[in-house]
Design a protein around this ligand. Structure first.
Ligand code: PLP
Length: 469
């Protein structure tokens, strides 16, 4: 054995490995001994060197193999910086609420409900039926399955008072989730460079979609009862905006709900300014202490574009939502939607429709209300007991979230990191502000897995706040 022949074998094998697919078996020790005229000990030494560099792995009794991940060399993508140039608009980063969770953490940061809150039996049966139906092998109409369009229209019609003409099935566009609907609507109704009024705080995904559409976002302060109609009127006057995006029922993040009189006043302001209200009814199925009251039910003059999602209440795996838009605006939105998603999977539409038309759906929604109430109250009580420095803005009457204000001196990134170190994930309130945040806020979601851990999570949050105070 000598070092020279070992490195000769290493060099030869490096060349061999460079041309071999991952998982390839190296020549046997015996053939390497013959090829290089070296002893078996020298060959073994060369193989150990390659193994030490992470290039091969030996499996006793089977041989030595090229490893799947062969190199720790950092890959060079720097050329893309030149090719991509600067983004036209600087988009906010993907939200922390979409972070995957690992086992053992208490996830209060996420937005989609845990599976124990879903109608799992109905979903599985619906998917089985949908798989057997024609929808599994055909293209859906561009605006959606007529029966599902009719269901969305009918649901809104049941909330429509006498004297207002209810929407028709032909006013509905089916969407692959409401996020894409917001994006299509902002592009269709506002357009690049034009102003869009939004509540502040508001849904981070709406801020993202609006930024991507290049629209100019104009915040209007919103509180427990929604925005002040005079503020809204002033913002319309000052900016010349023709659209206002809002969540009148159980707003994400704060859970605010507009009282009926306020909703009427706001609709009046929108009408007077010849504008659209883009109403995001994401939490329609998540009423707790009240029922949702869509503003769109009071409008038959095409001022409200109503976005209703089923993804959180039916299943995050069945991404289906509907838009009710009346008048020429519907065609405008449909064109935008068709440009990005052509049409929506008929299987998912059939499954969603199946779930919401089963007798078990109403029963499920009743039990969901009780479960959400219990979870909300447990988290509120836990926070009040263990984290009294966190101030709950108000008790939401629906939705999935609590909106807490933290003491002003708290540095939010450090707070989040400290909570995470103790395996509690919370969402940074900053994400919900279209401009500078009005304080230090966090959003806690009570629909995630393991509500039994809420007291423990509150203890962690309280402990971190005590240390930071
Ligand atoms: C207020 C609001 N609107 C819209 C969406 C998007 O929902 P989806 O695309 O799943 O329908 C969400 C999701 O978190 C939301 O919170």
């Amino acid at each position: 054995m000598n070092n020279d022949s070992s490195s000769r074998i290493v060099t030869g094998l490096l060349e061999w490995i460079a041309g071999a697919p991952a998982g390839a078996r190296l020549p046997s020790t015996r053939s390497l001994v013959a090829e290089y005229g070296a002893s078996p000990v020298t060959v073994q030494k060369a193989l150990r060197t390659l193994s030490g560099r992470g290039l091969v792995e030996s499996r006793p009794g089977a041989g030595t193999f090229v490893r799947a991940v062969r190199t720790a060399r950092p890959l060079d993508f720097s050329w893309q910086t030149g090719a991509l140039r600067s983004p036209q608009t600087r988009l906010p980063r993907a939200s922390g609420t979409m972070r995957d969770t690992v086992h053992g953490v208490i996830p209060l940061h996420a937005g989609y409900p845990d599976r124990e809150l879903l109608p799992e039996r109905l979903i599985r049966a619906a998917l089985t039926r949908a798989a057997r139906s024609d929808a599994a092998v055909s293209r859906s109409p561009v605006a959606g399955l007529p029966e599902l369009q009719a269901w969305f229209a009918q649901e809104l019609a049941t909330a429509t008072p006498v004297g207002v003409t209810p929407p028709a099935a032909s006013d509905v566009i089916v969407l692959p989730g409401s996020q894409s609907g917001l994006s299509a609507t902002f592009r269709a109704l506002v357009g690049a460079g034009q102003p869009l009024l939004v509540e502040s705080p508001t849904y981070w995904g709406a801020i993202l979609a609006a930024s991507q559409a290049g629209v100019r976002i104009v915040p209007v302060v919103s509180g427990k009862h929604g925005p002040d109609p005079d503020d809204l009127a002033r913002a319309f006057d000052e900016t010349g905006a023709r659209a206002f995006y809002a969540q009148p029922n159980y707003a994400n993040p704060s859970g605010a709900q507009w009282p009926a009189a306020r909703a009427r006043e706001i609709l009046d302001v929108v009408r007077k300014h010849g504008a659209f209200l883009i109403e995001d009814d994401w939490a329609h199925d998540f009423g707790i202490g009240t029922n949702p009251a869509p503003v769109a039910a009071h409008d038959d003059s095409g001022h409200v574009v109503y976005v209703r999602s089923l993804t959180k209440s039916v299943s995050p795996a069945i991404r289906i939502a509907g838009i009710v838009a009346r008048g020429p605006v519907r065609e405008r939105i449909l064109t935008e939607r068709a440009a990005t998603s052509m049409y929506v999977s008929g299987v998912l539409q059939a499954a969603a429709l199946d779930v919401v038309t089963q007798p078990g759906w109403a029963t499920h929604l009743r039990s969901l209300r009780d479960q959400l109430r219990a979870r909300r109250d447990l988290l509120i009580d836990s926070m009040a007991e263990h984290a009294p420095r966190a101030h709950l803005e108000w008790v939401p009457q629906g939705g999935l979230n609590l909106w807490f204000r933290l003491p002003d001196g708290v540095y939010l990134p450090e707070f989040l990191r400290s909570c995470e170190d103790e395996r509690v994930l919370v969402a940074a309130g900053d994400e919900w502000f279209p401009a500078e945040p009005a304080g230090v806020f966090v959003r806690l979601n009570y629909s995630g897995p393991n509500p039994g851990a809420f007291p423990e999570a509150a203890r962690v949050i309280g402990g971190v706040l005590d240390r930071m105070a």
